[in-house]
Design a protein around this ligand. Structure first.
Ligand SMILES: *[C@@H]1O[C@H](CO)[C@@H](O)[C@H](O)[C@H]1NC(C)=O
Ligand SMILES: *[C@@H]1O[C@H](CO)[C@@H](O)[C@H](O)[C@H]1NC(C)=O
Ligand SMILES: *[C@@H]1O[C@H](CO)[C@@H](O)[C@H](O)[C@H]1NC(C)=O
Ligand SMILES: *[C@@H]1O[C@H](CO)[C@@H](O)[C@H](O)[C@H]1NC(C)=O
Length: 453
C-alpha cells in the first residue's frame, strides 16, 4: 500500500504523502540513540534505528515530506504542512489503519531521502536497508567512500515526526606520496641535507622521523647554531645542517593518523668525506717464526678501496704468506687486518695500509720489528736452581703469547711480567710444576750428597 502510494506520486520532484499515525496510547519513540560510526574507507558501515511502542495508532490528518530522490546536493528544504482531509482521504486513511509505522533514512547534510522502509530511493547501489525484529531498521553502506561521510538521519512518520541522527566518518589510512618524498641522498660532510616526506590520508597524517639504528637525530637551530640530540623529529621536512659522518645512515619517516596501518619510508643519507686512516699500533714487535697481525682503522665514504703495501709501495696480495681481511665496524668504517705468517727477517720493516675513494686517499704506516725473546740472565749464587725454574716459566709464557703487540713503543717498553694476572691457571700450574722441579732437584742433590759420603 505504502509503496503503491509512493509509486503513484513518484515524479521528477517527489512529493511523498506520508501517512501520519498518531498514538492512542504510548507514542512510538527511538529505543536507542543512533550511534556515530567511524570506519576506514572501503569497509561497510551500518546505522541501526530501533523504534519502540509500535502499534495502537489512530489516523490523524496527514502530513507530507517532500524531498529530492536523486540524492543530489540540490535539495528542497524538508517541509511539513497539514491538509484538511477530504472525506475520501479520511476513508483511505481509515482503510490504511493497519499500515505499520515506517522509518525513512535521510542524509541530513544534502537533505536527500535515502530510503523509506526497505525501499532505497537514492540511486546508490551501495546502500541497502534491512528491516528485522519488527522494530529494527538497519541502513547498510557497503564499501564506504569518503563522499559518504556526513549526518545520517533516521526518521519515523509519527505526527509530529521524530528523527535522530548520527555522523558517519570515513577515514583513510596514511599513504606516502612517493613523488613528493625524498629518496636516498648524498651530501658532503659539513653540508646540509633536507629530507622530505609527504603522506596523504584522512585525518591528515603526522610525520615522525627517526634513525633506523635508534641513534639520536642531531638538530641544529638555524639561527643560534646550537645543537640538540632528539630521538625523533616531527614534520614533513627534516633539515640536517653541518652534517657529520656520524649522521650517515638510514632515516625512516613514519606517517600515522590513528588509522592502521602506519606506513614508513626508509632513506639513506650518505655523507661523503676524504678517507681517514688511524693506526692503533704503529710499532709492532714480534719474534721470528710467529704469525703477526697488523691493524688499521679506516673511515671513508663513499666506500673506499683498501689495500696494504710494503714500504717500497709494492702491493701485498693474499697468498700463503699474507692473509688480509676487513671487518666492517660502522656504516663508514672498517678495520683492515693483515696477517703475516711465519715471520722472517725479510718481513721486517715498513708496511702501509692505504684507503682510496672518489674523494681522495689516505695511508697509515706500521713498522714491524723483530722482538727477540729476552735472554735469560743467570744470576750467580746459591739459589741458582730456583732462578732457573723461574726462567723456565718466563720462557713458556712467551711461547704461549707468541706475539706481543700491545702498546709497544720504541721507547723501550718491556714485556709483561711472566705471571700475568689474567692468566691465573697457567701461572698456578707453572708454579706447581716449578715446585715439582725444585723438589726433584733437591732430591737429586740429596742423592748425590749421600752417594759422595
Ligand atoms: C557524533 O558526532 C558529532 C559530529 O562529529 C558530534 O558532535 C557528536 O557529539 C557525536 N555524538 C556522539 C554520541 O559521539
Ligand atoms: C700461523 O697461521 C697459520 C694459518 O692460520 C697456521 O697454520 C700456523 O700454525 C700459524 N703459526 C703459528 C706459529 O701460530
Ligand atoms: C686470579 O686469581 C685471583 C686469586 O686467586 C682471583 O681473585 C682472580 O679473579 C683471578 N683472575 C682471573 C683472571 O682468573
Ligand atoms: C704441569 O703440571 C700439570 C699437572 O699439574 C701437567 O698436566 C702439565 O703437563 C705440567 N706441565 C709441564 C710443562 O710440566
Amino acid at each position: 500500500m505504502w509503496r503503491a502510494c509512493l509509486r503513484a506520486v513518484f515524479g521528477r520532484n517527489l512529493l511523498v504523502v506520508v501517512l501520519e499515525l498518531v498514538v492512542t496510547g504510548l507514542e512510538p519513540d527511538f529505543a536507542y540513540p543512533l550511534e556515530n560510526v567511524t570506519i576506514p574507507q572501503g569497509r561497510d558501515a551500518t546505522f541501526t534505528c530501533v523504534v519502540k511502542n509500535l502499534g495502537g495508532y489512530r489516523v490523524s490528518p496527514s502530513s507530507s515530506v517532500s524531498g529530492d530522490h536523486s540524492g543530489s546536493a540540490k535539495a528542497r528544504p524538508q517541509s511539513s504542512h497539514h491538509h484538511q482531509p477530504s472525506l475520501y482521504m479520511t476513508f483511505i486513511f481509515i482503510y490504511q489503519l493497519a499500515v505499520p509505522i515506517e522509518v525513512a533514512w535521510i542524509k541530513a547534510d544534502t537533505k536527500a531521502i535515502l530510503a523509506i522502509h526497505e525501499h532505497v530511493i537514492t540511486n546508490n547501489a551501495r546502500l541497502s536497508v534491512t528491516h528485522s525484529d519488527y522494530n529494527t531498521w538497519t541502513l547498510n553502506i557497503r564499501a564506504a567512500r569518503r563522499e559518504d561521510r556526513g549526518i545520517y538521519m533516521c526518521q519515523v512518520n509519527t505526527d509530529p515526526m521524530k528523527s535522530q541522527s548520527a555522523f558517519l566518518e570515513v577515514v583513510i589510512p596514511p599513504d606516502i606520496i612517493s613523488e613528493e618524498t625524498s629518496n636516498d641522498m648524498m651530501v658532503p660532510e659539513g653540508g646540509s641535507a633536507k629530507l622530505v616526506c609527504k603522506a596523504r590520508g584522512y585525518p591528515k597524517p603526522d610525520i615522525v622521523w627517526k634513525r633506523e639504528d635508534g641513534t639520536e637525530i642531531i638538530s641544529r637551530a638555524s639561527l643560534t647554531g646550537g645543537k640538540t640530540k632528539i630521538p625523533t623529529a616531527g614534520g614533513e621536512t627534516l633539515t640536517l645542517s653541518k652534517v657529520t659522518r656520524g649522521e650517515m645512515g638510514a632515516y625512516l619517516c613514519i606517517a600515522s593518523n590513528g588509522v592502521p596501518p602506519s606506513v614508513s619510508k626508509r632513506m639513506m643519507l650518505h655523507v661523503h668525506f676524504h678517507p681517514m686512516v688511524q693506526v692503533p699500533n704503529q710499532l709492532v714487535g714480534a719474534p721470528i717464526g710467529t704469525n703477526v697481525t697488523l691493524v688499521c682503522h679506516v673511515e671513508a665514504s663513499p666506500k673506499a678501496i683498501n689495500y696494504w703495501t710494503r714500504e717500497s709501495d709494492e702491493m701485498i696480495i693474499s697468498n700463503s704468506k699474507y692473509a688480509m681481511s676487513e671487518i666492517k665496524t660502522s656504516v663508514y668504517s672498517v678495520q683492515m687486518r693483515l696477517v703475516i705468517m711465519n715471520l722472517q727477517k725479510h718481513d721486517l720493516g715498513g708496511y702501509k695500509c692505504i684507503s682510496k675513494n672518489s674523494i681522495g686517499d689516505a695511508e697509515g704506516n706500521i713498522r714491524l720489528y723483530d722482538m727477540e725473546l729476552p735472554k735469560h740472565s743467570k744470576k750467580t749464587g746459591d739459589r741458582r736452581s730456583e732462578d732457573d725454574a723461574g726462567d723456565l716459566i718466563v720462557d713458556r709464557d712467551h711461547r704461549l703469547n707468541h706475539v706481543h703487540q700491545g702498546p709497544l713503543r720504541e721507547t723501550g717498553s718491556t714485556l709483561e711480567p711472566a705471571f700475568d694476572e689474567d692468566d691465573n691457571s697457567t701461572s698456578t700450574t707453572s708454579k706447581q710444576n716449578a715446585s715439582l722441579v725444585i723438589i726433584a732437584i733437591i732430591l737429586v742433590a740429596l742423592h748425590h750428597l749421600l752417594a759422595s759420603t
